[in-house]
Design a protein around this ligand. Sequence first.
Ligand code: HEM
Length: 402
Amino acid sequence: MTTILNQTISLSFTDSEFFQNPYPFYEKLRSIHPIYHGNLLKNPGWYVTGYQEVLTILKDTRFKNRMPLPQTSKRYEQLKNIQNSMMVFKNQPDHKRLRFLVSNVFTPRMVEQLRPDIQETVNNLLQHVQHRKSMNVISDFAFPLASLVIAKIVGVPKEDLSQFREWTVSLIQTIDFTRSRKTLENGNHITMILRDYFKELITKRKESPGDDLISLLIKEEQEGDWLSDEELLATCILIVIAGHETTVNLIGNSILTLLKHPQQMKLLKENPSLIGHAVEEFLRYESPTQMLARVASEDIEINQTRIKEGDQVYLLLGAANRDHNQFADAHVLDLTRNPNHHLAFGYGTHFCLGAPLARLEAQIAIQTLLQQMDNPKLISSEPSWRKLMGFRSLNELPITFG
Ligand code: HEM
């Protein structure tokens, strides 16, 4: 149950209403203060729901990225070590060095070259379910699409992909507030499996290089003092996990949103050139990443709120993207919204590296589904959401069509 007592607000793990629809809770938090101090799901810190405040903090490099597991913890050693070498949890200078090594692969120009391949994959997946007149958008469409695309970029053989669903689902839980000891133990175990898997793949690519990311990173490791073995492994794992989880959520959330807004769906179907704006609006309206974490490296004052050195700061992107001070009719889906400076991919030095790829995949997937599937309909009016605070992610999305 959610309770408001003397301007404090609490949230419990059993609050299923929140996990189904977090937006009323965000509104309550923002109405108390856009930088609210509290202890949600046993995590004390500053919860930031105001758009301007989130943006100010993302721009301020005195707020540092930090490891999701406490460094003092002796448990979950494998998980901790691999996260320690991931760029997303690092600060300068390591962050800049690691990001630079992979940044070329994800530029809009490089990503645009993947368009024919992505279109063909989308066509094949849809053709496969056409005769059934029903599908689960997550497991039949969004997941295999994201998986095949990121595997090709990284250099993971297609035959191995069936294992990745369980691996990514488990690893994402390890960085969420809702994680339990069991989740972390499982994440630690999966990290060992992933580590062995990628070690073997790296050895194979050393013997016979291809034009994939692993081969590129091996070359960079061999040519300079740029990248350690552990960082190479961590970068492969990060890119594969990031490329799976959030893109699946973007496509799933977008289709659900469209099906709940038939007028907007009609508009998009009749005006395919709107797809670019439409995907930006889906990113704003149901942001796949709902929360980022930072720590204050010194005492910092933001809009008269004094944040102390060492304080944890939680940036609720899903709330900022629905802040009525920034977006007119913030809770209304408007596929023609322009400008739309949402923060779904973050902002600043850690801005999502995969954004051009995620945008392209989502645009092609949604547009093609609308063109090829007649009369798509939800089977359940309110499909269930995964119990996560940092991500907006559907368990499944069954639909009918034709
Ligand atoms: C192909 C898909 C994707 C890949 C390969 C990818 C990869 C990455 C990587 C490597 C980073 C770390 C960048 C850094 O620390 O410098 C990152 C950051 C981020 N990604 Fe993605 N991503 C993908 C899709 C998405 C999607 C669909 C979303 C949600 C809309 C998303 C949201 C974010 C956010 C918010 C950050 C910033 C993290 C921070 O500042 O702490 N990503 N992404």
